[in-house]
Structure formats: structure tokens, C-alpha cells
Design a protein around this ligand. Structure first.
Ligand SMILES: Cc1ncc(C[n+]2csc(CCOP(=O)(O)OP(=O)(O)O)c2C)c(N)n1
Ligand SMILES: [Mg+2]
Length: 366
């Protein structure tokens, strides 16, 4: 029974100073894997910075940044095989891109459109979910179906600390455990649900402790240590694939930026607290580790920095082209048949659009 309980301290393979620590249970990933993880961390950080800038330029409606959480994002994508599925939230764009989705396509939803921007079936990535914890139920249902079909698909479902207070979280965990579903839940505990701190979210010793209540193993991991997150997730994914059932991983990390561009985080947290997390940054930690191990030199750093710059400039180019959107698509494609209510809403919107068009053409004629 006690093997369902998480450790008292989160699993860590590389500490804040970039030094490696042997663990009795979890193995350090191979050197090539760590180099690839670092390349992805650098790209992920650049992507977060670029998207935040695109919001300021009015090119994106909103961007919930995973700045500071890139180790979780990168490890989530790398822990899965080609046939596996990821069920992400609005904050998990870097993980979505890690599965092969083009950044510009991943941005379609955040710019504003009726669809996810990519074909989920091509990448094994469900649309990024905005309603909290709903994706956990979808993930469990999907994994259950895969199991019934005799497939060896594993599903990785992501959520935040705040989402663990939702009823959907409970239902997903319980169903997954009772039906021994091949799903891994990764909770990125970044300390906040917008302005609500973790202490107001749960009285449990940790979020990973919730797992034993459902009858599945829980584990805690340093969410800013990409080696540890990858190792713990890979272990959980392998176990699920081998028929060992679901598990819950809590990654301890921190949201370095406001919740979104619409949030002022100076109103609910001290600057000193944010500053303290800079020392635990997942990207610099990995670069120190690799440099000390002789696995990162200036030339390779330049190469991957240039790669990240290309990714950012391709994204800028794509986002600087105005999309051609037909507002009726929202009504055309979301349901097979329009209900009278939807028809009424479309008529209202059409009237507004017509008035708008007329006002613009009159303005132009003057
Ligand atoms: C069902 C539901 N209730 C409320 C919201 C509004 N909301 C959006 S994000 C958020 C905070 C979520 O916090 P957390 O789960 O910790 O994820 P994080 O944003 O920190 O990644 C809330 C309350 C929502 N999207 N869905
Ligand atoms: Mg949170």
C-alpha cells in the first residue's frame, strides 16, 4: 500500500546548481536524450517569449505562458511514443509544439477561431482545453477506449494545481483507477490558480498524495528538473503501457509570469518570491549541467539558439499575415444542424456585421 504514496521530497536528478544526484529508483536519461531535452527547453523558452510579445503587438488575443514550466512541457512531449496521446490545457502550447504541431497552427485557437488549429489525429494531441479539468475526463475515456480495442496507446493528461479542485478531476481519477486505464496524470503545480495560492486550494500534504485515495500510485517531482520529470513520466508511461494502470505525477514548478496578459500579479504575490525562482530556472540549470559534463560547447549553443530564433521568426511571419475569417464558420461547423437559438444568434451577429460594413463604407465615401 505504501508504494502508492509519493515521497516526502520531490524526486530530483539535477539540483539548482546543475549538479547530478543519483536516485535509487529513477535513472538519469541518456546523454543524447538530455541534449535533445535542452535544445527543446531553449526553443520552448523562445516560443514563450515570442508569443508574449505577439500579444503585446495585438497579433494574439491571449497567451498563457509556460515560462518557467518548460521542463514539464518538454518532458511531457518526450515521454510519449508516436502512437500515444496528449491532452493539454491552454498553458501547454510548448508541449503541443513538442509533439510536432507547427507553432503558428498551435496559435490559431489563441488568436481566435472556431477550431483547434491542427488535426488532433495527426499529432495525437487533443485540442487545448480552456474549461478546467474537462480534458481529464476526455483523456480517461480515450484511454479506456484504446484499452478496449486492444491498442497499446498511453494517454498523458495535463492539468494545473487549481484544476485538482474540480469535480471533473475526481471523476477522472476515480474512473481511471477503477477501470485500470492506461493514463498518466501530470499536475503542473505552479503555485497559483490565477490569484489563488495552493494553500487555498488543498489541505493535503501534497497533490500527489491524492492518488492513494483512488488506489493509484502518486509521485512528486522537481518540475524544474527536466531529467527528473522525464524519468518519472517515462516510468509512469511504461507502467501504464505494460498494463500497470494509471498514476498521478505532481511536478513542483512556478508560474514566472502573470496568469495571462489580462492579469496583474503584483496584486497578489511579492516580487521577491518570483525572484527566488529565477535561481531554479529549468533552462539555465540544464545548460550548467551539460557544460560541466562536457556535452555543451559554445558552437552547439549557437546552433540551437539560431534554431530557436528561426522558429520565432517563422512564427512572427505567419502571425503578421491577417487571417481571413468568416464569422459564420462558427455556426456552420460546430454543430451538424443549427438549432433555432443558434440561428437567432447568427441573425443577430449578421445584422451587426452588416451595420459595421455599412458604417465603414460610408466613412470611406466621405
Ligand atoms: C471550469 C472553469 N472554471 C473556471 C475557469 C477560469 N479559470 C481559467 S484559468 C483558471 C486557473 C487555473 O489554475 P491552474 O489549474 O492552477 O492552472 P494554471 O493556469 O496555473 O496553469 C481559472 C479559475 C475555467 N477556465 N474553467
Ligand atoms: Mg496553477
Amino acid at each position: 500500500m505504501t508504494d502508492l504514496l509519493p515521497r516526502d521530497t520531490p524526486v530530483q536528478l539535477i539540483d539548482e546548481t546543475g549538479s547530478a544526484h543519483a536516485d535509487k529508483q529513477y535513472r538519469m536519461p541518456a546523454s543524447d536524450t538530455l541534449r535533445e531535452a535542452y535544445r527543446r527547453l531553449v526553443e520552448g523558452r523562445r516560443l514563450n517569449e515570442q508569443c508574449t510579445a505577439l500579444v503585446k503587438q495585438g497579433r494574439l488575443a491571449v497567451y498563457p505562458s509556460s515560462h518557467g514550466q518548460e521542463a514539464c512541457q518538454v518532458a511531457a512531449a518526450m515521454a510519449l511514443g508516436d502512437g500515444d496521446w496528449l491532452f493539454p490545457t491552454y498553458r501547454d502550447t510548448v508541449a503541443v509544439v513538442g509533439r510536432g504541431v507547427r507553432p503558428a497552427d498551435a496559435m490559431v485557437m489563441l488568436r481566435g477561431d472556431w477550431h483547434a488549429g491542427y488535426d488532433p489525429a495527426v499529432y495525437g494531441v487533443a485540442p487545448q482545453a480552456t474549461p478546467l479539468a474537462t480534458q481529464l475526463l476526455h483523456a480517461v475515456g480515450f484511454a479506456h477506449a484504446a484499452k478496449l480495442r486492444g491498442e497499446d496507446t498511453v494517454v498523458l493528461a495535463l492539468c494545473g494545481d487549481g484544476a485538482t479542485s474540480e469535480g471533473d478531476f475526481h471523476e477522472a481519477m476515480n474512473f481511471a483507477a477503477v477501470f485500470h486505464v492506461p493514463v498518466v496524470f501530470l499536475v503542473q503545480n505552479n503555485g497559483f490558480a490565477i490569484s489563488v495560492p495552493l494553500a487555498r486550494q488543498t489541505a493535503a500534504p501534497s497533490l500527489a498524495h491524492k492518488a492513494i485515495g483512488y488506489g493509484m500510485p502518486g509521485q512528486r517531482v522537481d518540475g524544474n528538473d527536466v531529467a527528473a520529470v522525464l524519468s518519472v513520466l517515462t516510468d509512469a508511461v511504461d507502467r501504464a503501457r505494460a498494463g500497470g494502470g494509471p498514476s498521478l505525477v505532481e511536478a513542483h514548478t512556478y508560474r514566472m509570469q502573470p496568469h495571462t496578459n489580462a492579469d496583474d500579479d503584483t496584486r497578489y504575490r511579492e516580487r521577491e518570491e518570483v525572484q527566488q525562482w529565477i535561481a531554479r530556472d529549468p533552462v539555465t540549470r540544464m545548460s550548467t549541467f551539460l557544460r560541466d559534463a562536457g556535452a555543451l560547447d559554445d558552437e552547439w549553443q549557437r546552433t540551437i539558439t539560431e534554431g530557436a530564433e528561426r522558429l520565432a521568426s517563422d512564427l512572427r511571419d505567419a502571425m503578421n499575415v491577417d487571417p481571413e475569417l468568416d464569422p459564420e464558420d462558427l455556426f456552420r461547423w460546430v454543430t451538424a444542424q443549427r438549432s433555432p437559438q443558434l440561428e437567432e444568434q447568427w441573425e443577430l451577429l449578421r445584422g451587426e456585421l452588416d451595420r459595421d460594413r455599412m458604417a465603414t463604407s460610408e466613412g470611406g465615401a466621405r
